[in-house]
Design a protein around this ligand. Structure first.
Ligand code: ATP
Ligand code: MG
Length: 578
């Protein structure tokens, strides 16, 4: 979807009514003409990732929220890389983040331009504002050691103590800042701090650092800088430079808001910005059961080889979820469904799976796959003969046509569709019982063959030639069991990866837990499956419902033409709820 929209009122009226307190705030700003009076669009949001890792499902909530509000209110959303921390950042992450945002269905480019920004493009401006703050005695260069600075900061029960450098002349601080910039000092020798209140109950207001020395190479500015702004200083300025109206972040930044406002107000006093300035609003982050989203923990899974990479289909990264087979529509629907609130809570993973099923059920073509094959021999079926069977590509869309697959004497069926001694309520194949081979014939089981160890290697049956599905005779056969199958002669052999949740514990990320001890040993099972022959044409990223099994996607990395590899996205029903 495009990033620009025409009429804000019409767009707002069409916006879906979900629990989202931010809409009420925006509605009021529109009614008050807060931004319109200054000739600004009513809604300019931003998604501000730091390019230091891969995006995950939590980021998707922020993306859908920021881009979604911009869409619904005919505003725009900026994609801004918050690249002020050079050691950890890299172009590789910039690329994958852009790719993930696009894949989710959003765009920062529209009729009003290309709204892709980098905080590093504002380094000159940040620096000029730092010089201004020093000149106006709102900031100073502190030369305490890191230990003294930490000790003098106090803690929640103890007020801080002013730095002995706090009252040094503005001219001296300014000279030191310029020499910091010129590279005359080592990291940690000096730091620029805002002059606010060392006794504030809010620790974030105890003269927070705004600039620090870092002799580090930056992936975009190279070696041009050896001082870098602190996040809490840069972020409000980035928002103000871009005329963001509603700066939306997660709840842990609530205590940072007074400093956010302080920075923008002081810079506005200095003539750097005009009213109205951006405001910060906090919402509850997404906490999803059965996943970890901490970057450190995700990295550990990759580096220790627990998963095959950042895009392993078990990873909660956007690249992983995508490869797993999730659709952008299902992620958007999920973010819409969970709503936006100010109270932290947990969302059950099954909600995400439910959104995928709802999206794919009406869309995904059906197919037959036998995942745990057992041979079924129809003893009275003529040797060498085949009969074409067919079924709709989609049961509710006859216009999408038919799938064709032949039946013959030897078939593959699911191993658990046969029991030599049936348990109570078992209606599938057992000696003496009749079942329907889906879209084919009714057969009666006669017995099975075993190897020398007693393992069942083949099941035998006889078919009723007048029972074929879709023919008149089929109505004469009433059977309770209905099983799927593929012909041995024409089946496509394929690798199918049966993915499940990566952790057995609902809250592996919770403090104090050893998440590595909670890994689900059955999160991946690879099987050699037999698929209906038409599946050889499946394209990477193409999704199917394998009847009776769930939703599957042709793996985007490992599939080759004519030989797809399939990933299970999710089963047909939630098996974790119980
Ligand atoms: P870091 O520890 O590196 O800061 P981060 O997860 O906060 O990690 P950012 O790149 O800073 O990563 O995040 C970009 C945006 O995504 C931020 O605005 C942040 O608030 C939002 N975000 C991150 N995690 C979640 C989450 N679980 N739910 C909702 N929003 C999130
Ligand atoms: Mg962050």
């Amino acid at each position: 979807m495009s990033n620009d929209h025409k009429d804000p009122k019409a767009a707002a009226a069409a916006a879906p009514a979900v629990s989202n307190f931010l809409r009420a705030i925006i509605d009021k700003d529109i009614a008050d003409a807060t931004y319109a009076r200054a000739g600004m669009p009513s809604v300019i949001t931003r998604f501000p990732p730091e390019p230091n890792g891969y995006l995950h499902i939590g980021h998707a909530k922020s993306i859908c929220l920021n881009f979604g509000l911009a869409r619904d209110y005919a505003g725009r959303c900026h994609l801004r890389f918050d690249d002020t921390n050079p050691e950890k950042e890299d172009q590789e992450y910039v690329d994958t983040i852009m790719d993930s945002v696009k894949w989710l269905g959003f765009d920062w480019e529209g009729a009003t331009g290309n709204h892709l920004y980098f905080a590093s493009d504002y380094f000159d401006k940040f620096y000029a504002i730092a010089e201004y703050l020093i000149t106006a005695e709102h900031a100073y260069v502190d030369s305490q050691s890191a230990e003294d600075m930490a000790a003098n900061r106090g803690d929640f029960s103890k007020p801080g103590v002013n730095s002995p450098f706090r009252e040094r002349a503005a001219s001296e601080s300014l000279d030191l800042l310029r020499r910091m910039k010129a590279g005359e000092f080592q990291g940690g020798e000096h730091i620029v701090r805002a002059k606010i209140d060392m006794t504030s109950p809010n620790m974030n207001l105890r003269d927070p650092a705004i600039y620090r020395i870092r002799h580090a190479h930056h992936h975009r500015t190279g070696d041009a800088w050896c001082i870098y702004p602190m996040y809490d200083f840069a972020h409000p300025l980035e928002d103000a430079i871009e005329n963001i109206t509603h700066s939306i972040c997660t709840l842990e930044f609530q205590d940072h808001r007074p400093f956010y406002d302080w920075v923008i107000e002081r810079a506005a006093e200095g003539g750097f910005f005009q009213q109205p300035v951006p405001h910060q609003y906090e919402f509850a982050r997404l906490n999803l059961t059965y996943v970890v989203t901490s970057k450190r923990k995700l990295r550990q899974l990759v580096e220790e080889g627990i998963v095959s990479g950042w895009d392993d289909p078990r990873m909660p990264t956007i690249v992983g979820i995508r490869r797993r087979g999730y659709t952008p529509e299902s992620i958007q629907a999920f973010c819409e469904r969970i709503g936006v609130t100010r109270s932290d809570g947990w969302i059950d993973y099954s909600t995400l799976e439910g959104c995928l099923r709802e999206d794919l059920d009406p869309k995904a073509p059906r197919a037959t796959a036998v995942l745990r094959p057992l041979k079924l021999i129809i003893d009275n079926f003529p040797e060498g003969e085949t009969v074409e069977c067919s079924s709709p590509v989609h049961p509710h869309h006859p216009e999408r046509g038919l799938r064709l697959f032949p039946i013959s004497k030897e078939l593959w069926i699911e191993a658990d569709d046969f029991m030599e001694e049936p348990s109570k309520g078992y209606f599938r194949l057992y000696p003496g019982n009749k079942v329907r081979l889906r879209y084919g014939y009714v057969v009666e089981c006669t017995g099975c063959d075993k190897d020398e160890n007693g393992n069942i290697i083949a099941v035998h049956c006889n078919y009723f030639a007048d029972s074929k599905s879709g023919t008149e005779g089929s109505a004469n056969y009433k059977v309770k069991g209905n099983i799927h199958w593929v012909s041995v002669a024409t089946a496509l052999e394929a690798e199918v990866r049966l993915y499940d949740r990566l952790f057995t514990d609902a809250n592996p990320d919770a403090g104090g837990k050893d998440f590595m001890a909670l890994l689900n040993p059955n999160a991946l099972e690879v099987v050699k499956a037999y698929l209906e022959p038409g599946m050889s044409a499946a394209l990477p990223d193409e999704r199917f419902q394998f009847e009776r099994h769930g939703y599957f996607v042709a793996d985007r990395v490992d599939s080759v033409a004519g030989k797809p590899v399939f990933n299970r996205v999710t089963t047909l029903k939630d098996s974790w709820g119980k």
